[in-house]
Design a protein around this ligand. Sequence first.
Ligand SMILES: Nc1ncnc2c1ncn2[C@@H]1O[C@H](COP(=O)(O)OP(=O)(O)O)[C@@H](O)[C@H]1O
Ligand SMILES: [Mg+2]
Length: 364
Amino acid sequence: MDRTPGLSVRLKLTLSYAGFVMLAGAVLLAAGYFSLSRGVHPGVIFLVQSHAALLRYFAPIAAIVMTFLLVFGLLGGWLLSGRMLAPLTRITDATRVAADGSLSHRIELPGRQDEFRELADSFDTMLARLEAHVAEQQRFAANASHELRTPLAITQTLLDVARNDPKGANGELVDRLHFVNNRAIDLTEALLLLSRADQRSFTRERLDLSLIAEEATETLLPLAERRGLTIETSGDATPTIGSRALLLQLSTNLVHNAIIHNLPERGTVRIATSAHPKGAVLTVENTGEKLTPQLVATLADPFQRGTVRIRTDDAGVGLGLAIVKSITEAHDGTLTLNPRDAGGLRVTVQLPAAPPARLQPPAP
Ligand SMILES: Nc1ncnc2c1ncn2[C@@H]1O[C@H](COP(=O)(O)OP(=O)(O)O)[C@@H](O)[C@H]1O
Ligand SMILES: [Mg+2]
């Protein structure tokens, strides 16, 4: 931004400091002069006998004092304001370095707590946050590219095989190509969904979370049956505000995980919704392998998979919980993952409660 050049703050402070010193000096001199001049009358005699003589005597002294004060004020003001503003120079330098793209630099202003220290500390905190955020984005982009490259590379290999052996291009090859391509589509769709939730650009409506959880469960019922799982649902009306499509996706991801990452046989999935004064809560619990708290803490990170064991048919793309987290946060809610003592996971999503119904416009 181009601005008209102005006086530096240091110069302004110096001039005001000198100005105040001179003003104080002038007031003192005036007071001295008037108290002396009251003594000028016959009878009470100091050194002079008339006002004119007093002025002649007083003026040179006043001039010397004022000159001294001017020099003292300018010099002292310049030095003092320089010291006062030194931290500002440091802060400005740091912002320049950050603006050039280096987010690792910190001001680390020494000294006691004051206004400059507060500014510098908040600036350092902001830089640390930005740096972590950018690093996370870069890691995400690298992981996403890597994950997308895998199905493309497999496709390439399969196509090469088919080209070298045209008779080998049979049904099996087409099936595998179809499967790999499907995974690439799933992954791309998950990525799109994630960015959509992150942008928070969706319309919010009044919903019943229990109905949404029920819908997700019903869709996944055949999958649960194929795996011999028992599904228990419970919960009354649980009003909340949000995007129907995104909350359905959230519920589907949670129930899907609870089914897929369950025991190989006789597992259980429990889905419950409840309305609290503080908010609407969805809990999805399932039996399964024992999980450590350390592992559970990382599960919602993108492309984080708990176990290396891959079941090819229903294996997810590793974004399920990342999507749940981002949808929850976009709804100003909180996601909590807890390992169950007996094995398996308990996922709790808490969303803000819907305001009382009469505050809403009547339904058309
Ligand atoms: N309900 C669950 N029970 C046990 N483990 C789970 C559950 N949900 C998720 N996980 C673990 O968290 C990992 C990440 O889950 P997710 O982000 O949905 O990716 P994906 O299901 O595609 O592997 C899973 O690989 C699994 O190890
Ligand atoms: Mg999943």
